[in-house]
Design a protein around this ligand. Structure first.
Ligand SMILES: [Zn+2]
Length: 229
């Protein structure tokens, strides 16, 4: 996941979650009440967006304080059933301190169209170096415990995953970093869609060669952090 900064205070976690929510809404990565963002506090408790709220106008004091299992401790409103995805990510990874779940239109469409395999292949250097393969978790009913259970082994090994016929989840050391990965995933999907259309077929898209991938990883690989500009 790259270097992780200091743990955020509850105040800063709430502020960053709201910033991430607004960006998700402004970028069209969620619609209506879709999506949820959370952060893990030093105590292990979670700060989570409430169900049934537009990410465009969620406020710091509307966010819920929840137990590590996703049960509400403080705050008005309901916990989203999708909190199970967040709980699964925190259970799988000690380094993860924030989770973003959204329905990015193009990245999600890859699983509806059955072309999600492209996100496993070495096409975009930045994605290869920072995220590696982006797998798709098999379909389960959104918000079900089953989806959390299916997603957990994928979240244990990847900072960005697709949820088949549903959306995507990204992980970070803080809410803004997790948001930026969601933005990056959707941007990658946008380029791949354009490449597929211009190339005329999935097979005609140019992949990086194994030597190019090796060189890329030696220069920018995960242990050395994301590519710098
Ligand atoms: Zn969802």
């Amino acid at each position: 996941m790259g270097p992780v900064g200091p743990l955020l205070s509850e105040f800063d976690a709430r502020r960053q979650i709201v910033r991430a929510c607004r960006a998700l809404h402004e970028r069209g990565l969620v619609a209506a009440f879709d999506g949820n963002v959370s952060a893990r506090l030093p105590s292990g408790s979670l700060i989570v967006t409430p169900a049934g709220a537009s990410k465009g106008d969620v406020s710091e004091d509307a966010l819920l304080l929840c137990s590590p299992e996703g049960r509400r401790i403080r705050g008005a409103g309901q916990v989203s059933t999708e909190v199970q995805l967040h709980v699964a990510a925190y259970r799988a990874r000690r380094d993860v301190r924030a989770v973003v779940h959204a329905h990015p239109p193009l990245a999600s469409a890859f699983t509806f169209a059955g072309v999600e395999r492209l996100l496993l292949e070495p096409v975009l250097p930045e994605v290869v170096a920072r995220l590696g393969k982006i797998p798709a978790v098999p379909y389960a009913t959104p918000g079900s415990l089953e989806l959390g259970r299916l997603a957990e082994p994928f979240l244990a090994r990847h900072d960005a995953v697709l949820l088949a016929q549903h959306g995507a989840v990204t992980l970070g050391g803080d809410p803004w970093s997790a948001y930026l990965l969601m933005e990056k995933l959707e941007h990658a999907a946008t380029i791949l869609k354009a490449a597929r259309e211009l190339a005329g077929s999935e097979e005609a898209i140019r992949r990086l060669t194994p030597a190019q991938v090796a060189e890329l990883m030696a220069t920018y690989g995960k242990a050395k952090g994301p590519p710098r500009r």
